[in-house]
Design a binder for this molecule. Sequence first.
Ligand code: DON
Length: 598
Amino acid sequence: MKKIYTLGCLASLATLVSCSAFKISVPYEKEVHYVKLAKGQKKEDHEKFSKKISIVTQGSYASKAAYKVFKKGGNIIDAATTASFVLAVERPQSTGLGGGGFALYHDVKRNKDFPLTVDFREKAPLNAHEKMFLDDKGEVISRMSIDGIFSAGVPGMVAGMIELHEKHGKLPLGVVLKDAIDLARNGFKIYPELAYAISRRENIIKRYKATCEIFCNKKGEVLKEGDLLLQKDLAKTLEVISKKGRDGFYKGRIAKSLVKEHRRLNGLMTQADLDKYDVKYRSPIRGEYNGYEIFSMSPPSSGGVHIIQILNILRNDKLSTYGVQHSKTVHLRASAMQAAFSDRAKYLGDTDFTYVPVTGLTSQKYADDIRFSIPENKALNTLWSNMNDPFKFDAKNDSELVQKYESPETTHFTIADGEGNVFVSTQTLNGYLGSGVVVPGTGILLNNEMDDFATKPGANNLFGAVGGEKNLVEPEKRPLSSMSPTIVTKNGKAVLGLGSPSGTRILTCVVQTVMNYLDHKMPLYESIAATRVHHQWKPNILYVEESGLPARTIKELKRMEHEIKFKKLGCRVQAVSMEDGKLHGVSDPRGRGLVLGE
Ligand code: DON
């Protein structure tokens, strides 16, 4: 079947920039739609080939600072530590010292066949409890898990990155943190994404004096694009950390200020929470796929389990023979996502507190059973969804189960070197500017990661994700995440490192990129730029990015009774591939980003 369409929709790098110049005839199966580069972004900043190092972050200051540290003789952990702390200054809407995250580190010198897998996710305070977000009638108190002091978990970012640096870095911490300190002190001009996040959180910024001192001007109005963002207290905090390491944050003046602010606002965190914060070393979730090994984040993230589950469900379909945006490919990908998210709600939580059947969920036998129940030409309908629905939902119907607001904020970065080492990390405050609470005198913005818990069974969070019993709040528990830092290896050598922000969509964006690259053999840039879809079981909607899919695909998906909605998915995949001695760094064209390398 042939179809006429514009060159801008062809699977070739050059055509990503030149749309609509020519019309040629290609088979429907080969037609691929891509996003365009975001406004104001340059292609050369989003893709680079190199040999010794490749640094891919969502921040231009972060990539430059990390590269500088590498040039000073630092290794990739030094560069990663620099990137983390500069991102905390440069992207306060996404990440920060008051947040947490996950990292996977493929270290060629480490005598193990899987990457070091580090969990520095926030924890529920010791005084937290299952009903903390419910009123006397057992109803969820609106926005309590999103705004303000109760939404904040015990931060893990400083503990995680400092411990990694102490154990695996080469350069002194003072050198590694210098650019973050300078950037916080000297400031930078607010760019569009940050301006947007500030405008979305105007109310909460104005609610807290210390927050407004950073994000408002002298007249008390929130800062706008082009204004200078100064974070002088944060610079001082970073200086203390650069001298005292972890203790600079979890003990002494900074810790006291944090506890004092909780006390002032009747919050739950105490010094005991900070003393007990522990970085956890996990076994990654691992799966084999077409001769490659995939390693991704284990619980308390759901990311790795469902990435492997989706790959297992689809592995025997040979979707590359149909084409990446063929209706069969999209239908089966969406159905596998739907099944995975139904399991996410039922089975996933922090394995330190609850049993999660990881082996079963990632087994081929279970995936084959799911595949068997997916009709070839029909969407898994609401009946199927409801049969698999163990909860009584808060929402009266599916369409109420949408996100409370869109926040594509969180950040991911990938760094790889010519020796074969790869570091991938996703870090977050959760929603835009986290809880909105800045600890006075410290510049530290606290997260609102508590919203990733189920406020009650069946309730949905910021991203519309449904939470179950296993993800209820408990003291010291870590809320369920979707963050999916992922490393792909072949014969023990890393070939791809990647990850993304964007809530529940993280795992579906990562798995689609992996399939585009490994199955469909698309170059890395195209694997990332191709239109993505997302299905998360509830609501029963197939989301398609606005760059669209071939008209025939849409028509056939509708015929299969998929309810389609076009919308931005918010993912910003940051990836490096390593093949034939070449590093290929790509920062998602949908967002800001900078790839540096040599
Ligand atoms: O851990 C999670 O899955 C979420 N807290 C991540 C939040 C996020 O990605 C926000 N937007 N991009």
